[in-house]
Design a protein around this ligand. Structure first.
Ligand code: TPP
Length: 630
């Protein structure tokens, strides 16, 4: 890079004074900075590269000191961060105590809405537009939303109200034809320029031939139609949809042409009422490896910037939990025709890509529609199918009512596989799976499990698929201990745990990801103190292994309960309720380790485990304190 314009930009207002040429040069510098940084830190590379030009044009035409630019999901806001005062610490992005990977109200006054989950921008933006009007203020509110995020019902709920209210409000559709994978559903092809163009061209040609057959006035009509080509085109493309919502539709326009973008923004800013500007962008723009493989570069770990390749691992690595789940499900689906799999726009992330490729007719990517995914599964289950819904723990939060009302109330045999249960690391508080044990445990009819390792996950899947009612399995992000996988995983006995250590002095009840650290801590402490420390792997959060808990506690005066979930209402709360209900609390000293009642920041998982005491060292310390207290 020869010029160094970026270092002269000290505030977003500087962009307002830039020429188009300057902004084009800045776009190159910003892309270099993003690629160089994310190749080290990891992050959402392709989405961010796709909106660099759009970001510059927005900051050229609008003033984020007063105008509210709201990013949907927020994973694409890296250029925005760089240009709104965060260039100097951009290299800290997603690092512990560094910049968040998403917009955050706490991080900057230029971030006008905190985000991480998709499809909130239209609702939040409309709320801000109405607030502006109620307060008699005068600024613009803009929501920037991707075509993937436009698959969620929430986005249409926002459009519907916005059209009804008729407030000044702009929605910018960033259409790159991609969600994380290729975008899905009827609307994705409706937005799609290719289909729209083909359809439009066919209708246009048919219309032209027909007009030309009309004697005398036919030719005039063709000329007239040619002049109105723009409106005709929008009529046959996505414009129809948004105009039905009473938005003024502008587009589609090239989202990489800064000159055109600024011109359109200027014109659109003068319009009254809700306006939708449809921009066409290329995901990964400006970095050939990301343009070629936008799914891989959607959210990526560190990579070599020249080649775009990941550093090669020194040793063959065990499959992560997502892969173990995906492979096991594939194997089971080969034997059971009734198994169908459902993903909400995350086949790769959840490990369902293997199922998609092996059983395409039994796989359904519903888009970013977690609520619909659950009710769709319920429908399939009523007809004798065995739906397996794989969703990240944090995103299943969206489906709480569907879980209760559509699945569990009707006792339908749907299996929920919750990836990323517990702390996820660099994506931070919007993505930690901190609440699932709490919000699932309270639902009647649901069997809830968490494995300590890979073979246990396999067995839990077999167990869940054999149940007559609903079940959920939650497992952590990344790799487990790397145990060999089973060819024919045996089912587990419902509500039975696994006694891993016998011990009379102290007892540990643990579940899921904390069982193995507890095993290590108990053995270390026993060696150091000579005290006998027992450990029960509960396996089931619901129903609890009640009999084994009673037996394990016999004679023990100290109990440590461990869970990688909020301490509010989760596994340890379930144990306390059980002990209280059975008058087993007296004479028992109890300590609980889990996630505290606050949102946990972003950073390496090991660091976050250390901070929350959810590692071997933290467990040993808790055991020590308990030993001193009994
Ligand atoms: C509720 C929810 N479900 C799933 C996700 C995971 N996710 C993050 S970005 C993304 C795709 C978004 O596609 P789009 O809006 O088109 O943006 P692009 O990445 O293509 O720029 C998905 C599925 C999420 N953030 N929120």
């Amino acid at each position: 890079m020869t010029s160094d314009l970026l270092s002269t930009i000290t505030s977003p207002q500087d962009i307002q004074n830039c020429s188009i040429k300057d902004m084009e040069a800045l776009a190159l510098e910003i892309r270099d900075l993003i690629i160089g940084t994310i190749s080290k830190t990891g992050g959402h590379l392709a989405p961010s590269l796709g909106v660099v030009d759009l970001t510059l044009a927005l900051l050229h035409m609008f003033d984020p000191e007063k105008d509210k630019i709201i990013w949907d999901v927020g994973h694409q806001a890296y250029a925005y961060k760089i240009l709104t005062g965060r260039r100097h610490n951009f290299e800290t992005i997603r690092q512990y105590q560094g910049l968040s990977g998403f917009p955050s109200l706490r991080e900057s006054r230029f971030d006008h809405f905190g985000v991480g989950h998709s499809s909130t921008s239209i609702s939040a933006g409309l709320g801000q537009a109405v607030a502006r009007d109620l307060q008699g203020r005068d600024h613009k509110v803009l929501a920037v939303i991707g075509d993937g995020s436009m698959t969620a019902g929430l986005a249409y709920e926002g459009l519907n109200q916005a059209g009804g209210l008729d407030r000044d409000f702009m929605v910018i559709l960033n259409d790159n034809e991609m969600s994380i994978s290729k975008n899905v559903g009827a609307l994705s092809s409706f937005f799609s320029r290719k289909l729209a163009d083909q359809r439009y061209m066919r209708i246009r040609n048919e219309l032209k031939s027909w007009l030309e057959t009309i004697p005398r006035i036919g030719e005039d009509l063709v000329n007239y139609a040619r002049k109105s080509e723009d409106s005709l085109k929008s009529f046959f493309t996505a414009g129809m949809l948004f105009e039905a919502f009473k938005f003024t539709y502008v587009g589609p326009i090239n989202g990489h042409n800064i000159r055109q973008l600024t011109k359109v923004f200027e014109q659109a800013a003068a319009l009254k009422g809700p306006v939708l500007i449809h921009t066409l962008t290329t995901k990964g723009k400006g970095y050939p490896p990301a343009e070629k493989n936008p799914t891989f570069f959607h959210g990526v770990g560190s990579f070599e910037p020249e080649s775009g390749k990941k550093p090669s691992p020194s040793l063959a690595q065990a499959p992560n939990y997502s892969k173990v789940f995906g492979r096991t499900l594939c194997r089971l689906a080969g034997e059971q025709d009734a198994i169908v799999a459902i993903s909400a726009a995350m086949p790769e992330g959840t490990g369902l890509d293997c199922f998609r490729d092996t059983f395409p007719e039994r796989f359904f990517d519903v888009g970013i529609c977690e609520q619909h995914a659950v009710t769709f599964a319920a429908g399939l289950a009523t007809q004798g199918f065995r739906p397996v819904v794989a969703i990240y723990s944090t995103f299943l939060q969206r489906s709480f009512d569907q879980l209760i009302h559509d699945v569990c109330l009707q006792n339908l045999p749907v299996v929920f596989c919750l990836d990323r249960g517990g702390l996820v690391g660099e994506d931070g508080p919007t993505h930690h799976g901190a609440f699932d044990l709490s919000f699932l445990r309270l639902i009647p009819n649901l069997t809830l499990m968490a494995p300590k390792d890979e073979p246990e996950l396999q067995s839990m899947l077999v167990t869940a698929l054999a149940l007559p009612g609903p079940a959920a399995i939650r497992y952590p992000r990344g790799r487990g201990p790397g145990l060999p996988l089973q060819d024919s995983p045996p089912p587990l006995e419902i509500g039975r745990g696994e006694q891993l250590r016998l011990g009379k002095d102290l007892m540990i009840l643990a579940v899921g990801s904390l069982v193995n650290p507890a095993l290590q801590a108990a053995s270390d402490m026993e060696q150091a103190t000579g005290k006998r420390i027992g450990l029960l792997n509960a396996r089931f959060i619901k129903p609890l292994p009640e009999q084994e808990i009673i037996e394990a506690l016999d004679g023990s005066s100290g109990l440590l309960i461990l869970e990688e979930n909020t301490l509010s209402g989760g596994f340890s709360s379930a144990i306390l309720e059980f002990l209280s209900d059975h008058n087993l609390l007296s004479g028992l000293r109890i300590k609980r380790l889990g996630l505290p009642d606050r949102f946990i920041e972003h950073g390496p998982v090991e660091q976050l485990h250390r901070n929350t005491g959810l590692d071997v060292q933290g467990i040993k310390q808790a055991l020590q304190e308990l030993l001193e207290a009994v």
